[in-house]
Design a binder for this molecule. Structure first.
Ligand code: PLP
Length: 413
């Protein structure tokens, strides 16, 4: 009756789900439950696959908000060309992980003066979100004797169609409306700031390559027009990203090859105006989302008016998106498995819940699973992005989940 989830990316051995060569039960014995585990080899392959289809001049930036776990960040610092941060906390994490300041850009509304000052001192690019932010940064730069390195974030007059999250188009708290941009660019020119480029992020979590290509094309046209009108040149145009991963039944993995071919065509079309300008793709979940799992243990099994409930030691306080409370309008089930896949014959329909005293703490609703008993491990895949860092981890004062990155060379046991 339900469409299946995209096939499991992880291997199994003796019927058990493996990650980076280690069985989930071994990880649970080492870390306790609940925990997140990330497989670096899957992240490396994802970056390599993407680079293989993208024009070689495209710069790949990692949106650190997707997963700021320090070992994972250190790994990515060597794999990608730069990082996008959204706070001074992420700035510290990025610098500590080894991202070079000149490759870091800072987007996000509501940057406080202390954050702008930290950005100036570190020498990173500030993606300006408003005219007010431009004035504050300029004044701070003059006071500190530092020439601000800036890019202008544009709220375009289009959106990424079908995106899970629309970040551009219409009225938005992000960026400067494209029709206001010429005036601001004029001001930037007068202020003699270190102009690094434009940032046009129209949306995220799209599995529709056609829609992504349309958004990239529209972003480039807009950038082209704005630069032409202002007479400014710049080293970078960040055209956003938007590449999604399949979370829910029936969703298919995105094929990045046509997106790469299309970007090559765009580069050729705009070669005169863009000579000396590099395009940046800014991606979060596409690079890390499928490389991570969340694991929780069944603590209790009960029935309520004919329905079976598995109650686990982890839940929405660690993984808000899994519970459906991070932007879903109608909740859908993430892919959920029992770690030990050996006996899949006797499946049953269960509700999986966490330990919080709220009906929102749902891990799976009416989901078919092999019969699970107390002590069994539940594995949630597609959990490498927007996991613990996007969850209310202080709610009910439960312990935070453990996290581990399994190195690319890892082949334990
Ligand atoms: C400015 C910006 N860049 C990058 C991202 C990352 O999006 P995703 O993880 O879907 O690639 C986001 C997500 O909200 C964003 O707001």
């Amino acid at each position: 009756m339900n469409a299946p989830h995209a096939p499991l990316l992880f291997s199994t051995r003796n019927g058990e789900i493996m990650l980076g060569g280690t069985a989930v039960s071994q990880l649970a014995a080492r870390l306790g439950t609940p925990f997140y585990a990330y497989d670096a080899s899957l992240i490396h392959s994802r970056v390599a696959e993407l680079r293989a289809v993208l024009p070689s001049s495209i710069q790949l930036h990692y949106a650190i908000k997707a997963n700021p776990y320090p070992p994972l960040l250190r790994d990515l610092a060597d794999l990608v060309d730069g990082g996008d941060i959204a706070s001074s906390g992420e700035l510290a994490a990025a610098l500590q992980a080894g991202f070079k300041p000149q490759t870091i850009s800072f987007a996000g509304p509501g940057k406080r003066d202390a954050e702008l000052e930290a950005a100036l001192q570190a020498g990173i690019t500030v993606n300006l979100e408003s005219a007010g932010e431009l004035e504050r940064l300029h004044t701070l730069g003059q006071r500190l004797g530092i020439r601000p390195r800036i890019a202008l974030r544009i709220n375009p007059d289009f959106e990424l169609k079908g995106a899970g999250m629309r970040m551009g188009g219409g009225t938005k708290p992000f960026g400067i409306d494209s029709e206001q941009a010429p005036g601001i660019l004029h001001k930037i020119k007068r202020m003699e700031l270190d102009f690094q480029g434009l940032h046009i992020f129209s949306g995220s979590q799209s599995l529709n390559s056609e829609a992504i290509m349309q958004a990239h094309k529209a972003a480039l046209l807009l950038a082209h027009d704005l630069l032409n009108a202002s007479g400014l040149t710049c080293p970078h145009i960040n055209i956003g990203g938007g590449l999604g991963i399949p979370y829910f039944p029936g969703e298919q993995r995105l094929d990045p090859a046509p997106i790469g071919t299309h970007l090559q065509q765009c580069l050729e079309e705009h070669s005169v105006r863009l000579s000396g300008t590099k395009l940046i793709l800014e991606l979060g979940r596409y690079l890390v989302g499928e490389a991570g799992i969340y694991v929780t243990r069944v603590v209790d099994r009960k029935t309520s008016r004919g329905e079976t409930f598995l109650i686990c030691d982890g839940g929405m306080h660690h993984h808000l998106a899994l519970s459906g409370n991070l932007g879903q309008v109608i909740r859908k089930n993430y892919p959920v498995y029992i770690a030990d896949q050996a006996d899949t014959a006797a499946t049953e329909i269960v509700n999986i819940h966490g330990p919080l005293c709220t009906p929102l703490d749902i891990l799976g609703h009416k989901i078919a699973l092999p019969r699970a008993k107390v002590g069994d491990l539940i594995v949630v895949t597609q959990s490498g992005a927007y996991g613990s860092s996007a969850s209310p981890v202080n709610f009910l004062s439960h312990p935070r989940p453990a996290e581990v990155l399994l190195p690319a060379s890892c082949c334990a046991d």
